[in-house]
Design a protein. Sequence first.
Length: 177
Amino acid sequence: MNRTRLDAESVRDAVLRVTGKLDATMDGPSIKQFMQSPGIHRTPKVDYQAFDVDNPGSYRRSVYRFLFRTLPDPFMDSLDCPDASQFTPVRSSSVTALQALAMLNDRFMVRQSEHFAARLSKTSTDVGKQIESAYLLALGRPPSAEETARLAAYAKKHGMANVCRLILNSNEFMFVP
C-alpha cells in the first residue's frame, strides 16, 4: 500500500492533540481564525497572520474553523486543504518542500511546539525522558537509543521546542502507518 499523508485538518488536529491543547468541545459556532476588516468594495481584508494563535478559539477542532471561501488559510492551503469555493470530490495529496517549510516555520506550528515542550517539561526534568514522552505522545512508540542521543544533543544546542518541531514535522507523524 502506498503511504498516505494525513489531510490538512487531521494534521492540525493531531498537532493540537499531541500538545495537549485540543478543545474537543462538540457543537457551537465556527471560529474565525483570522482578523477581518473592511476592504475595498464588498470584499473584506482577511489577515491570517494577525490572528492570535493562543486565542482559545484556535484550539477548536478543524471542523469548527470558519472557512473564508475566496481567501484560504495559507498554512492549511500548503497542506492541500481543498478550496472551499469549489466542489472537491477527491482531495489532492502532495508532498512538497513548501509543506515541510510550513510545518517548521508557521506561527501556529512554532507556538504549538512551544506548548509541546512545556507539556514535556512537566513529565520530567531529564531530557532523555522528555524525548521518550514526546515519541510516545506523537509517534506512539519509544525512541531508539540512537534517536534519543541525537535529539538530546540537538535539544542541548537548540532547545526542546525545536526538538518538538522536528518530531511534528517527521514523516512518521505526517503519514498514516
